[in-house]
Design a protein around this ligand. Sequence first.
Ligand code: HGY
Ligand code: MN
Ligand code: MN
Length: 369
Amino acid sequence: VVSWLRDLGTRVEVDRVGNITGTWPPDGFEPAVLVGSHIDSVRAGGRYDGALGVLAGIEVLETLISGGVETARPVAVASFTDEEGSRFPPDMLGSLVAVGGMSLEEALDVTAPDGAVLGDELARIGYSGASPCLLAVAPAAYIELHVEQGPRLEHAGVPIGAVTGVQGISWAEITVSGQANHAGTTPMDLRRDAGHVAASIATYVRTLCDRLGPSQLATVGRIELAPNLVNVVAGSAVLTVDLRNTDDDALAEAERLLAVRCAELAADEHVTITTRTLARYAPVEFDPEAVALVEAVSAGLGLASMRLPSGAGHDAQMLARVCPAGMIFVPSAGGISHNPAEHTDDEYLEAGANVLLRCVLHLAGAVTP
Ligand code: HGY
Ligand code: MN
Ligand code: MN
């Protein structure tokens, strides 16, 4: 990505948390129209999540530059660090730091479950950059192209999504401390079984969705038991709970109910439970004019579009704190994402990139030669 941005002649900057930007023209320091996304991935993820928005952004720049298109504002492409957050939480870490939502010191100290420290890893790969972390100048606007990662566009047979916003996100890491013991000799009423408690939490969060309605989502994606052996009552467990809802009050209620259930389980099983918040973002609404622009540009290209909220978190929800922000979705085959089977047909990739290009031309005040 950096070599492509350099080859284009853009001004390439890497900031202290590894966010990469390429700006055209290179001497343009006024508020830029910013596009981009992320190139990090969940482990065993797909090829389109994030990468599409960065590569399409580079394609847009290349099209402007090679076409000699002058714009009233600079245009920049960003590749934000650690959007996924599954190794170094929270998600959208790089863009969160860029907009001043998390201090650089706090971010560089984030430690992964495997013990790696973010600051050390950035230095190791050569991306502890020199530029200040905050967006030196807030962008004039931000537009992100991304695969939907869900089934709605494909189900509707619509190629473009005009994204209205992002739902609320709550990530917690729950540590259960019980007592390792013999699976054959320990009476059931004397156990302090961390495995039983972890499994109970995993099944409980599913009942929250029944209780709070269809907008409530709950996922236990990670459970680690110790010593993780067939004939040993688990002495400890670490699990994560991902709760999401478009309604922040309902999300807070889900968090409260989970805490109450954990306290009950701790008392019943005589274990201790500690909870660490890994991420907590309220729902975000995108700029109505940006949403309308995606629809209008799509129509101008003869592309059907539909409005929908994003189930996934995105860097755009952080940029929305400092400038008008919007997103363009294209369909995900089978609604699959965070999975190597993730796929989007070329015609949709191209359609999305063309909508992005025309949004940029409009926002940047293109002065065609
Ligand atoms: O978790 C998310 O929604 C995003 O993929 N980081
Ligand atoms: Mn993504
Ligand atoms: Mn993702």
